[in-house]
Design a binder for this molecule. Structure first.
Ligand code: KIV
Ligand code: NA
Length: 264
């Protein structure tokens, strides 16, 4: 029997062997990622990456649940974490519990993630005390991009550090088992990682975090725009285009299907 990585196992990796994570939204890509990742995030980035939305603000809960189910079905080993989308948890701890419980029950995932630091601490505690493990997410929080005025790297001005550090402590004290640090200058990410007792998972937040996460499609070169913090491990965009182009040429030339591909 293959056992999935548990929340306490991730939590125990603080300052240990770096935690490996990628996003995944599908059964088939998740099965590949499952061979090498400690946890897989079904991120609400799927709204932009898979569904062509302009931001994550419009992602519905049902869509997260649908993709969450697919990823759980496609995997055996990794802990599966599902993002709570905008508007499904901010209003009250009760609302957050109701929606997080739906995600846990309907997808069979192992944890949820939500955005926000000190302001979400009460909600994080409410969920954890009632059996729902929570991964927090601070720094650049895409669901608040309308308030922040876009996707901006956090902590460039040292005067803003205190707030981010307070957020990191607040989610730790509230019982989060790990925290994503997104879009943050290195010295701030390093300071937070050193100060708090739970693992930090960086995305655009330097090598000093306790683990790293990237959006799978970004590191596979499938998105039109690649942010500075992404390393493209395989440029699949051009490879897919070349395959589609050759197929189109073959169909037009009646060179596909050929003998081998035909039932006689
Ligand atoms: O939605 C997402 O993919 C995320 C990661 C970038 C952390 O939240
Ligand atoms: Na997200």
């Amino acid at each position: 029997v293959v056992r999935r990585t548990t929340v306490p196992q991730i939590r125990a990796r603080k300052a240990g062997e770096p935690i490996v994570s990628l996003t995944s939204y599908h059964a088939h890509t998740a099965a590949i990622v499952d061979k090498h990742a400690d946890f897989i995030l079904v991120g609400d980035s799927l709204g932009m990456v898979m569904h062509g939305m302009e931001s994550t603000v419009g992602v519905p809960l049902d869509l997260m649940i649908m993709h969450g189910k697919a990823v759980v079905r496609g995997t055996q080993k990794a802990l599966i974490v599902v993002d709570m989308p905008f508007g499904t948890y901010e209003e009250s701890p009760n609302m957050a519990f109701r929606n997080a419980a739906r995600i846990m029950k309907e997808t069979s995932c192992g944890a949820v993630k939500l955005e926000g630091g000190a302001r979400m601490a009460e909600t994080i505690r409410f969920l954890v005390e009632r059996g729902i493990p929570v991964m927090a997410h601070i720094g650049l929080t895409p669901q608040s991009s309308h308030v922040m005025g876009g996707f901006k790297t956090q902590g460039r001005d040292e005067d803003t550090w205190a707030e981010h550090i307070a957020d990191a402590h607040a989610v730790t004290e509230a019982g989060a088992f790990a925290v994503v640090l997104e879009g943050m200058v290195e010295p701030l990410a390093a300071k937070i990682t050193k100060e708090i007792a739970i693992p930090t998972i960086g995305i655009g937040a330097s090598v000093d975090c306790d683990g790293q996460i990237l959006v799978l499609e970004d590191m596979l070169g499938l998105n039109e725009w690649t942010p500075k913090f992404v390393r493209v491990y395989s440029d699949l965009g051009p490879a897919i285009e070349s395959a589609v182009e050759r197929y189109a040429d073959d169909v037009r030339a009646r060179a596909f299907p050929g003998d081998d591909e035909t039932y006689r």
